[in-house]
Design a binder for this molecule. Structure first.
Ligand code: DAH
Length: 339
């Protein structure tokens, strides 16, 4: 008889279900009025006296096991039910969350910042709505200077002193006014020019300006820095500096990188020359240093400026600059795998 009870105990402890009706059936089977337990209790009077103690204890074990099991299963089912109320069906398939993509301008900008930060350049920024001093005059472009026509300017309302900056060179001026050499900074940002919009040019675009001021900075330092930069960004180290003119640098140069002429695209991009123009640069004009309270007798430096949009078009083979500001999701989605 005791063995029978023990069998029942084993059965009770291995029982499991996730159905509330089955729990109730289980309860009735063991603990109900006509249940297994009562049957055993009814046997009690027939058990020989010397076995009564063990028999009683075993029945109690069975009772305890069955009562605990019912409690446990009920609790588990109630918890599941309340979780389901809170979170819904936990086994349903997840919502596919779309992965975002960085804008190609941000991708290229971040790459440029990363490359220059590795050689000690910090990042500085300035306002897009500028005054005449920071955008022109301090950069050695006094009023009526013909070189002001190189950049067709948007003025704000009728005040000729307030304008949308035409280049990030304005940030050079602000940085020099507020910091003492040695200076090593790059300034990314959006600029505006009153130009007809086409596949190749827009009335707003993005530039990165670079500025390095210290004692004994030479043109050779400039060339080394640019060579490091083009190697890191394009994987191309062959560059050439063509003499050019900017009012804020003397001497000034235009930087071309040798792209090569291996594919038809190379041919198209470089107009058959193999060379691509990527930026302007030069040694900071002593007048500009003076305007920013830096003594040109003690310090010298170089500066450079490049267009981010053009580089993004190049690196990602984008055919029309307008795509960069149209926010067409089908275009933007294509940059998911980029950095
Ligand atoms: N500001 C010039 C432009 O927008 C680019 C430039 C050229 C910046 C030479 C410089 C520089 O700092 O040294 O066309």
């Amino acid at each position: 008889m005791i063995d029978k009870i023990k069998e029942q105990i084993a059965e009770v402890s291995s029982f499991t279900t996730d159905n509330l009706d089955a729990v109730e059936a289980f309860r009735i089977k063991y603990l109900g009025k006509k249940g297994v337990l009562n049957d055993f209790f009814a046997e009690f009077k027939n058990v020989p006296n010397e076995q009564k103690k063990e028999f009683g204890q075993t029945i109690n074990q069975l009772k305890q096991a069955a009562t605990e099991k019912v409690e446990l299963l009920k609790q588990a089912l109630e918890q599941n039910a309340s979780e389901e109320k809170l979170f819904g069906d936990l086994t349903r398939p997840g919502n596919p969350t779309e992965l975002g993509a960085r804008h190609p301008i941000s991708i290229v900008k971040n790459k440029i910042i990363d490359i220059f930060s590795r050689i000690g350049f910090n990042v500085s920024e300035g306002p897009e709505i500028e005054d005449d001093w920071h955008n022109f005059t301090a950069l050695n472009l006094p009023e009526y200077h013909p070189a002001r026509d190189m950049q067709d300017t948007f003025f704000v309302q009728t005040n000729p002193d307030i304008l949308l900056r035409t280049h990030t060179s304005s940030v050079q001026v602000r940085y020099m006014e507020n910091n003492k050499p040695p200076i090593r900074t790059i300034s990314p940002g959006r600029v505006y020019r009153n130009e007809a919009i086409s596949a190749r040019s827009h009335c707003f675009f993005h530039q990165v300006e670079g500025l390095y001021i210290d004692k004994d900075v030479s043109f050779a330092d400039l060339k080394q820095t640019l060579q490091y930069f083009t190697t890191e960004l394009f994987g191309k180290s062959k560059i050439r500096l063509r003499p050019s003119y900017f009012p804020f640098t003397e001497p000034s140069a235009e930087v071309d990188v040798y792209w090569g002429l291996e594919t038809e695209t190379d041919y198209k991009m470089t107009k058959g020359t193999g060379w691509l123009e990527i930026m302007g640069c030069g040694m900071v004009d002593p007048n500009v240093l003076k305007n920013c309270n830096i003594d040109p007798e003690i310090y010298s430096g170089f500066a450079f400026g490049m267009g981010i949009d053009r580089i993004a078009l190049l690196l990602h083979q984008i055919s029309d600059i307008r795509l960069l500001s149209e926010n067409d999701i089908r275009f933007l989605e294509q940059f998911k795998s980029s950095l």
